[in-house]
Write a protein of this length. Structure first.
Length: 101
């Protein structure tokens, strides 16, 4: 397991949303999609996870630091396709990776 460094914002949102750290590790270890946010210069990893008895996309915004991940924020996003399409169309997110099926 890789070390996770949480921003204050990420820490607050994780507690507020009652997210488990295992879910964040699942997204980082095997994302279904990876984007680069050209404005924040951070990566965006997305993967569907089991959360409160339903499978929903979890978005983790991060950057790598040596052997660690710095987590800027984490949020479940039921309408992730619409969000991704909007941000890619505007040029804010650039697709940099996808899991092979």
């Amino acid at each position: 397991m890789v070390d996770l460094i949480l921003s204050r914002h990420a820490s607050e949102k994780i507690k507020l949303r009652r997210l488990r750290m295992e879910l964040i590790n699942q997204v980082l270890n095997s994302p279904e999609h990876i984007y680069f946010d050209v404005v924040t210069r951070l990566y965006v990893a997305i993967r569907k996870v089991e959360f409160h008895d339903e499978k929903i996309p979890l978005v983790v915004i991060y950057r790598t630091e040596d052997d660690s991940y710095y987590i800027a924020t984490v949020y479940p996003c039921k309408e992730f396709k619409e969000e991704v399409d909007r941000k890619v169309k505007k040029g804010r997110w650039i697709k940099v990776g996808v899991r092979e099926k």
